[in-house]
Write a protein that binds this ligand. Structure first.
Ligand SMILES: [Zn+2]
Length: 120
């Protein structure tokens, strides 16, 4: 059997502070809502792990699609603020990846593997 296995949980990976990530683009169409919910509900801190600002009603916590630099052919989901996630959508892109600068995680997060990776 191949293809996305939606009847089993997506693999998770614990990332420490300092791990280098990059936003992915062209991923809004992916059916990752259950994984995004798992990702955001598991993150109990009040601050965005990218910019460090407090989550708020205006700038809430979302599940952002990212590439972990050391695993660059895989797509993961991590909790970030909506502003960080939206900003990343406005940059130029090449081959399904954007060209914005990589960023270091400020706090540890549990990353959830996307089951619909565009790289496979
Ligand atoms: Zn942020």
């Amino acid at each position: 059997m191949s293809g996305p296995a939606l009847d089993r949980p997506a693999p998770a990976l614990r990332l420490g502070a300092g791990v280098l990530l990059k936003h992915a683009v062209n991923t809004a169409h992916l059916s990752d809502a259950p994984s995004k919910r798992m990702c955001t509900s598991n993150y109990k801190r009040d601050n965005c792990p990218q910019c460090g600002l407090l989550f708020s009603a205006r700038n809430g916590k979302v599940g952002a699609h990212v590439i972990i630099i050391e695993r660059e052919r895989e797509l993961w989901i991590v909790p970030l603020c909506a502003d960080c996630n939206s900003e990343a959508k406005n940059v130029n892109q090449t081959g399904g990846r954007n060209t914005n600068a990589p960023f270091h995680l400020r706090t540890p997060v549990l990353a959830i593997r996307s089951l619909e990776s565009p790289f496979i």
